[in-house]
Design a protein around this ligand. Sequence first.
Ligand SMILES: NC(=O)c1ccc[n+]([C@@H]2O[C@H](COP(=O)([O-])OP(=O)(O)OC[C@H]3O[C@@H](n4cnc5c(N)ncnc54)[C@H](OP(=O)(O)O)[C@@H]3O)[C@@H](O)[C@H]2O)c1
Length: 354
Amino acid sequence: MSHNILITGGSGYLGGTLLARIGAAGLPPYGKLYALVRTNEQAAAVKQYGAEPLAFNIQDEATVRDTVLKHGISVVFYLVDPFFSAAQVHFINALAEIKKTTGKDVHFLHTSGAKIFSSHAGAPTDKPLLDNDPHLYDIQKSQKAPIGFMQTPTETNNIVIKEAERHGVRSYIFVPCIVYGKGEGFGNPISIQTVAIIRAAKAMKRVYRVDSDQPTWPVCHIVDNTTLYIELLRKILSGGNPDYGKNGYYLASPGSVSWDDLYAAIATALARRNIIEDDSVVVANDENFDGMAKALKPPQQASPKEWVKMSIGGKCTFTAQHGYDLGWKPQYSPSHILEDADAEVELVLQNLKD
Ligand SMILES: NC(=O)c1ccc[n+]([C@@H]2O[C@H](COP(=O)([O-])OP(=O)(O)OC[C@H]3O[C@@H](n4cnc5c(N)ncnc54)[C@H](OP(=O)(O)O)[C@@H]3O)[C@@H](O)[C@H]2O)c1
């Protein structure tokens, strides 16, 4: 049965690149492609990708229900917010009604983040944590985030899986990591973590290390991140039954790098442009943490130091397996982020708004 698809976050970095690539992906036939928008400019922009714009408030349950039912949407890709779960549950409830009325399999993809599978959220980091580990749901359920702020998005993953299971909706937890490279959409062309390192360094005129050991973190080029979204969609549309629910975690990453190597590569690029005084990377003291926090603007719920550590450090041993089972083939090796650091720094500096 043909699916109508809704892509959210189309003006963003990840969602914009996904929208830009869907048309040329050679996907199996589907019904309509819809894109959630919030402005008239966005509505005009998404049409270039063959998407019909839909403007509605995702926080309002009745509106979400009406929109999903009116347009017969049976696949939702959520790329808006890894933190809170209310909107995701609205979509899951609406998809459940589509299933009830049409008998179709219905699919909800939630975009989470590698932080939720890291030391910051209390995930195990003593060995590789595989994204197809059959115990991953139980592991996530038992996580106690040392940074209290991180408990909410961890629970959001669990809520999405539980609510979807309860309603017979197939859920997928898609996990981007340190994504880099130029976004290809009409909106935001830059990512998060490389931006945070650069923002903090600009403010401090130096790159600081925020951990005393040498932790590593998974990385992924934006093209490879997008390809995994597309391979998952391809499997859904072809009726290929990709793993879902408690077995439906998908990390987009060809492997990890150490933060220290990333800091060093970014420091070299920043020093070359005289944005920082020199390219040496120094362990941060409390005063440095305060300075970086001013640049990284912690939310009320997190202490400034925690927020800095969370934004540009920490340990994550989350390891991709699942995507490869779908036939996903990343083009870029993990070390490419280091080789490409100069271009990334240039891209970010050109697009930083403050
Ligand atoms: N980039 C990464 O490296 C990375 C890594 C891990 C996780 N993630 C997560 O993946 C998601 C997408 O990331 P991104 O880098 O693409 O972020 P982004 O560039 O900031 O894009 C966010 C998108 O969500 C939309 N949005 C935000 N609030 C909304 C609302 N209430 N209703 C409708 N749309 C809303 C934005 O629309 P407007 O343009 O109208 O504001 C924008 O299209 C985020 O949740 C992010 O935390 C990203």
